[in-house]
Ligand binder design. Structure first.
Ligand code: SDX
Length: 425
């Protein structure tokens, strides 16, 4: 039985339906509010506004829950691979062995990029940030691989092609930025191992593929694979609503993720921890983070939705300890991070503001142990989030109720004003 809320405005009373989600979360459906009452709502930053219904990912920010297609992220991190989790997000179910084998063949067969794309990289300034390069190259794919989006199998080919090539594009930016020849993907390597080999193999020092490192990267990407309507996913949906190409929508998502308040935080956390380690100024950093007049924020802390521990952070932190131990690495920044977490979590400011470490707080330590350069950290986040972006894009494109996204506003500028010719100003 549908619930309603009553809105009393002036002499009139309006009934607005309440919709309920699978886990009991409720929303007022205001899709007819303006037509009925002439009113719109205002919610800067959309903290109280749902943009869509979705069957892909469920988050509970109060309980620290994250599930992809109903499966807890903890189980996927423990038992699945990134390739299988990508299939789950995009196709809505765990693959059978045959489906997974067919998916692997399609990923392998589409892992090369057109040789002419090398010219783009070679003409990019060597100091360019890899996120800027990746956003451009994904958009450029359209010129080499015109999209096929009519039949289901064409869509499947297009999204799998992008999922495969993103690794090659990312590794190319690293190799070419160092003046090295690119390393081609290999048919005998699975998704994560292939990326690592493209990044670190060299004619003078063959890359030793360590299963421990491959597993850590696969778990890292599983933890980043989707996160419902975050900033970059909303960018993909918003841009995709204009019916642009998939590549253009994903390129917009990469650009949004680059921001230091969003995916760029993993790089900003390492910069912050390094600065604290070098200057031994942890207490000053915490005081600065609490000072309203100071724009400094504790990077890797806080979240728009999680008001308790980010479940991904717990797994990432545990992985830091196990990975560094297995690789016999001692990273001083891990100790700084743990001390910072311990002090902050006892501080009334962070407790009162419900500020906990998020997925980015320990992510950089894992990536450093794997050997990823700091300026590639957010690229690693983007590769992990790609299946989520694709799944959310597909869902929005397939939604019969989906339309061009076009929010309204409340105008607070000057009233009607006449033009003044320049001679009279
Ligand atoms: C990601 O949305 C997602 O799902 C994103 C993500 C994903 O998987 O897609 O989870 C990935 O982006 C994680 C977040 C990474 N960003 C950072 O770690 C950057 C540091 N964090 C902050 O910038 C901040 O916490 C945000 C932007 C992440 C969230 O901020 P909100 O929820 O918009 O809250 P706010 O900025 O309005 O802050 C509320 C209060 C403010 O104080 P008051 O003015 O109310 O007194 O909390 C304070 C803020 O000053 N605050 C912080 C803080 N974060 C919030 N104070 C110090 N340090 C911080 N990190």
């Amino acid at each position: 039985m549908t619930e309603f809320v009553k809105l009393i405005y002036g002499e009139k009373e309006y009934q607005l339906p309440v919709i309920e989600g699978t886990e009991g979360e409720k929303a007022i459906d205001i899709s007819k509010l303006r037509a009925q009452s002439g009113l719109i709502t205002l919610d800067t930053g959309y903290g109280n506004t749902g943009s869509c219904t979705s069957v892909i990912t469920f988050m509970d920010g109060e309980k620290g829950i994250l599930r992809y297609r109903g499966i807890p992220v903890e189980q996927l991190a423990e038992q699945s691979t990134f390739k299988e989790t990508a299939y789950l997000l995009i196709h809505g179910k765990l693959p059978t062995q045959k489906e997974l084998t067919d998916f692997s063949v399609l990923l392998n067969d589409n892992s090369l990029v057109h040789e002419d794309m090398r010219a783009f990289y070679e003409n990019y300034p060597r100091s360019s940030h890899p996120m800027g390069i990746l956003s451009s190259m994904v958009n450029a794919l359209r010129s080499f691989y015109p999209e096929l989006l009519n039949l289901e199998e064409e869509i499947n080919m297009t999204v799998t092609r992008l999922l495969s090539k993103v690794r090659t594009l990312a590794a190319m930016s690293y190799k070419i930025s160092r003046g090295h020849k690119m390393v081609y993907p290999r048919p005998d390597l699975a998704y994560s191992a292939n990326f690592l080999n493209m990044m670190f193999d060299s004619p003078v020092r063959p890359y030793d593929i360590d299963p421990v490192v491959v597993k850590a990267l696969s778990v890292f990407w599983i933890l980043h694979a989707d996160h419902e309507q975050n900033c970059s996913t909303s960018a993909v949906r918003m841009v995709g609503s204009a019916r642009v190409t998939l590549y253009a929508a994903i390129s917009a998502g990469i650009a949004a993720l680059w921001g230091p308040l969003h995916g760029g935080a993993n790089q900003a956390v390492i910069d912050m921890l390094t600065h604290i380690a070098e200057n031994k100024n942890m207490k000053q950093a915490i005081e600065r983070a609490k000072d309203k007049k100071d724009p400094f924020r504790l990077m890797g802390f806080g979240h728009r939705v999680y008001k308790t521990f980010d479940p991904r952070m717990k797994i990432m932190k545990k992985m830091c300890d196990s990975l560094l131990e297995k690789l016999n690495i001692s990273d001083p920044l891990l100790d700084v991070a743990k001390d910072l977490e311990e002090i902050a979590l006892k501080d009334a400011y962070f407790i009162d503001h419900n500020l906990y470490p998020n997925v980015d707080f320990y992510a950089g330590i894992v990536l450093r142990a794997i050997g990823i350069p700091t300026n590639m950290f957010t690229v690693m986040f983007a590769i992990g989030r790609l299946p989520g972006w694709i799944a959310q894009w597909k869902e929005s494109q397939d939604d019969p109720n989906w339309k061009l996204c076009r929010p309204r506003q409340i105008y607070t500028g000057p009233p009607e004003t006449d033009y003044v010719p320049i001679g009279e100003r």
